[in-house]
Design a protein around this ligand. Structure first.
Ligand SMILES: O=C(O)c1ccccc1NCC(=O)[C@H](O)[C@H](O)COP(=O)(O)O
Length: 200
């Protein structure tokens, strides 16, 4: 089970995620209570070992804006949330970074359909912490895809059982308030996700 912890803003929480065994950590570089600057993302990413993917999260920026911010942040992946067209993924391909497409269950459920390497199937409002009908995507998705949207340490096993994803992504569920991460919840989430049933 691939595990991504998103919306990190502090070194201690990045360390907690890495030490807990997360596979990817996300830095939100778009409008959000979790937004940080590319310069801070660079500082945080510099402390992440190479086996953990560092991801810059965007929603609605132009390819030129995403390119500049991702290069400044020094991340290894970019995540495009929402209605970005195929052309945006194509425009970023030459960066040599992992491309992540994220959208709701009504978007194309096939990983790779827009030229991306990883897919996230999320709630209609990203970062809202709102659970949705996770079972609705079961069997509809293909490839390496993560389930997101309202996951937390207590419900991730149920969500995995309902949707059978390749991985999971969380933000609000490891926070005590919007944008305020909690190291204990991060550790609990990674452990619970790892213990959940693997994709079939
Ligand atoms: O986290 C945000 O505030 C955010 C804002 C705009 C676009 C994307 C955002 N987050 C992206 C993520 O990958 C979140 O982990 C995902 O939406 C799940 O969020 P949550 O339901 O809070 O766990």
């Amino acid at each position: 089970m691939y595990v991504k912890i998103c919306g990190l803003r502090e070194p201690g929480h990045v360390t907690a995620a890495v030490e807990a065994g997360a596979d990817a950590v996300g830095f939100v570089l778009t409008r959000s209570p979790r937004r940080i600057t590319p310069a801070l993302a660079r500082e945080l990413a510099a402390a992440v070992p190479p086996h953990v993917l560092t991801v810059a999260v965007f929603a609605g920026e132009t390819p030129d804006e995403m390119r500049a911010a991702a290069l400044e942040a020094g991340v290894r992946a970019v995540q495009l949330h929402g209605d970005h067209p195929r052309e945006d993924f194509a425009a970023l391909r030459d960066l040599g970074l992992t491309l992540v497409r994220a959208g709701s269950a009504s978007a194309d459920p096939r990983c790779g359909a827009f030229g991306e390497d990883l897919l996230i199937v999320d709630a209609p409002r990203p970062g809202s912490g709102e659970p949705w009908d996770w079972a609705a995507v079961r069997g509809r998705t293909t490839g390496q895809w993560m389930l997101a949207g309202g996951l937390d340490p207590a419900n991730v096993a149920e969500a995995v059982d309902a949707a059978r994803p390749w991985g999971v992504d969380v933000s609000s569920g490891v926070e005590t308030a919007p944008g305020v991460k909690d190291a204990g919840l991060i550790r609990e989430f990674v452990a619970a996700a790892r213990a959940a049933a693997p994709a079939r």
